[in-house]
Design a protein around this ligand. Structure first.
Ligand code: FES
Length: 679
């Protein structure tokens, strides 16, 4: 029973609290409450990983008056550590200090020890840590002729005595080196223990002489176009370097299906693509390590995500079965393997974890996005969309979650668009069109001014205005619609050619001149059509999931991926790319797949969470649903033939529904109207 005289201790940021008797070692109190505090040296006061801050003051909400007088005075171990390693003002070692009164204990999130790697490239979110690896420093008994226990066996005894590890396995690559490492460290060594699942036998996967106070992991999203990699400190949770590279498989096929066809047509095709992606990954590992001043040998855990075809090719699995119905995955569950088996140049004992795939066309990347955004953790209906050449859609809440993919094609990425280009300096990224004059103004990547602002021409001179990037295509078409240049059916209104020289005849249809300069960029009728087809595919997929859930409205929308980062949600909704929703509930979440991978890297609890979630997510095959076609046809209109978009209408004045043209989109139609207008 708790003694009422026990002291109340609150740990932040977790908010976990409990009562502990005077003299309780603070790290032990934290552990009893399930608060993760790092420790490599096992409380010897030499690793400095267990640092805490005591918050002073009266915390009325919690009924705690916390003070530095309520923790034991600075002891010998802390003094020795502070002299040797520079303990920040106010910091204490939780392994070497005790509870003496009520306390609010802050576990700092900058638990970085090694000054060489303090540079952070994090996005500010904090992931609670519970990694699959633990660094355990031990002092091993020296050999004794009278006790013939082997060196490795005495190491295991020390790990059991000091850390409670029982039944340890040892990676075979380590066996030949154990004796040498023990002697090199003068019987003081740091063992790296890997245990992902609580039920699994733990393994010693690496061994370092002396105190090893840092270990690194990799979180990586293998996209079909781009690979994004993050180097993460497993002990502090900080991302210390990030790098990206184009996926070299592009040379075998631009999109996923052409890569599958390549494998089908070429006997060596699968192997070539597997090698290509692994070589690229090793290049990225080298890059992030060089940038952070880290040895690849110190990388001990790696987490990968990717769509099913990337996933299979990385693992060396033939993706042919994913090329057609029933889209059979060779393996859908999470994969646990060795980095060396995948030809990755890291520590020999490094482990790899790959998130589970949701379905044959909704992969581990979508699982990672789900883990990051967490529709399955909330009550409200959350829509998560990851737009690439395929759009992955996850919709639902804690009661029921559905997933699907929709074949949006490459239009959103600027391909198939006459003036489309990838996002690079000089590309048009923002567009406004005056509904009266139909004149446009633009902003380009690399220049911080609108084209009608003073200084734009000079600033843009060296870059040139080279094309329209993917995210801006959405904005152009939506602005054209809001300005009345295109009808709700997406037809460029040729009759406006009388009013503005920006509307030009282009064969049987009309085009809009978005930019006239050294280079002229026009939006053609075919461009508008390509965007309509892509957005209709996406919307129809979303609508199918809404039908299944019997909901008319989603409560929030998360846009994952690079595309989502740059599009303005308002324009996405004007186009009818996403369903009606409060605009302030629509957010871009960046590389959520990479972030989900990082969550799984730093906390094995997230691995279990997504493994379980994936088994519960219902997979919808859009191609097999008869209503898909109806939804698709309705979604070809702007924003939609049948959906009213009431929330959007509150914030944006949408054009009247009736289109001011014949809907044919051809130049003759435009001329007929002009003739009528002249009487
Ligand atoms: Fe190593 Fe406290 S646990 S210094």
């Amino acid at each position: 029973m708790t003694d009422p005289k026990d002291h109340l201790v609150l740990f932040m940021p977790s908010g976990k609290r409990g009562r502990f008797p005077k003299g309780k070692v603070i790290i032990d109190a934290a552990r009893e409450l399930g608060v993760y505090v790092e420790s490599v040296c096992g409380g010897r006061g030499i690793c400095g990983r267990c640092q805490i801050d005591i918050q002073e003051g009266n915390f009325a909400k919690h009924g705690i008056t916390s003070s530095n007088d309520h923790i034991s005075p600075f002891g010998a171990k802390e003094k020795r550590y502070a002299e040797k390693r520079d303990l920040k003002e106010g910091r204490r070692l939780s392994c070497s200090s005790t509870v003496e009164g009520d306390l609010v204990v802050d576990i700092p999130q900058d638990g970085q020890i090694n000054a060489a790697v303090v540079r952070k490239v994090d996005d500010g979110r904090v992931i609670e840590r519970n990694p699959a690896l633990q660094l355990c420093y031990v002092e091993v008994e020296e050999p004794d002729m009278h006790k013939p226990l082997g060196d490795l066996d005495r190491l295991k005894v020390a790990l059991n005595d000091d850390w409670g590890w029982e039944d340890l396995m040892v990676d075979s690559h380590l066996m030949p080196h154990v004796q040498q490492i023990l002697r090199q460290g003068e019987w003081k060594v740091t063992a790296v223990i890997h245990r992902d699942m609580e039920t699994a036998r733990p393994s010693i996967i690496a061994l370092y002489p002396g105190l090893k106070n840092e270990a690194y992991g990799i979180a990586c999203d293998i996209g079909s176009t781009t690979i994004a990699m993050h180097l993460v400190s497993l002990l502090s949770g900080n991302t210390i370097a990030s790098s990206g590279a184009p996926n070299p498989q592009i040379r075998f096929g631009e999109d996923l299906m052409s890569r599958v066809s390549y494998v089908m047509m070429n006997p060596e095709g699968r192997e070539g693509m597997t090698t290509a992606v692994r070589v690229a990954l090793n290049g990225l590992i080298e890059n992030v390590c060089t940038e952070a001043g880290v040895e690849p040998n110190d990388i001990l855990d790696l987490v990968f995500v990717g769509n099913p075809i990337m996933h299979h090719l990385f693992l060396g699995i033939d993706p042919t079965e994913l090329g057609g119905a029933p889209f059979a995955l060779a393996v859908s569950g999470a994969v646990h393997t060795w980095a060396s088996d995948l030809d990755l140049v890291t520590n020999k004992g490094a482990r790899v974890y790959i998130l589970p795939c949701i379905a044959g066309h909704v992969g581990a990347d979508a699982a990672a996005v789900t883990l990051c955004e967490g529709p399955h953790r909330q009550e409200s209906q959350m829509l998560v969309v990851d737009v690439g050449t395929n759009a992955e859609i996850v919709l639902g809440n804690s009661h029921r979650t559905l997933a699907a993919s929709s074949p949006t094609g490459p239009a959103f990425e600027g391909a198939e668009i006459s003036c489309g280009q990838r996002a690079a300096p000089g590309a048009i990224e923002r567009v406004r069109i005056d509904p009266e004059t139909l004149e446009s103004r633009v902003r380009i990547i690399g220049v911080d001014k609108w084209s009608d602002e003073e200084g734009f021409d000079e600033a843009a001179e060296s870059l040139g205005i080279t094309g329209v990037c993917g995210s801006a295509i959405i904005e152009v078409v939506a602005e054209m619609y809001l300005a009345g240049i295109i009808s709700e059916d997406g037809v460029i209104n040729g009759s406006l050619a009388e009013k503005s020289d920006r509307i030009i005849e282009d064969g049987r249809t009309f085009s809009y001149v978005l930019w006239r300069g050294k280079q002229t960029h026009t939006i053609q009728q075919t461009d508008v059509r390509a965007i309509q087809l892509a957005k209709a595919a996406l919307y129809a997929g979303i609508k199918l999931l809404m039908d299944k859930l019997e909901i008319e409205q989603v409560d929030s929308i998360s846009f994952a991926g690079a595309f989502g980062t740059f599009i303005d949600p308002k324009y996405a909704m004007v186009l009818g790319l996403i369903p009606d929703c409060d605009l302030d509930k629509v957010k871009a979440v960046g590389n959520a797949a990479g972030y989900g991978a990082k969550m799984a890297l730093l906390n094995r609890g997230y691995r279990r969470e997504i493994e379980e979630t994936v088994t519960k997510i219902e997979k919808i095959e859009t191609a097999l649903e008869s209503k898909f076609q109806d939804h698709f046809v309705n979604a070809m209109a702007l924003p939609n033939k049948v959906e009213p978009f009431p929330k959007l209408s509150e914030q944006v004045k949408l054009p009247e529904k009736t289109a001011d043209n014949n809907g044919s989109g051809d130049a003759d139609g435009g001329r007929r109207r002009r003739r009528r207008a002249r009487g």
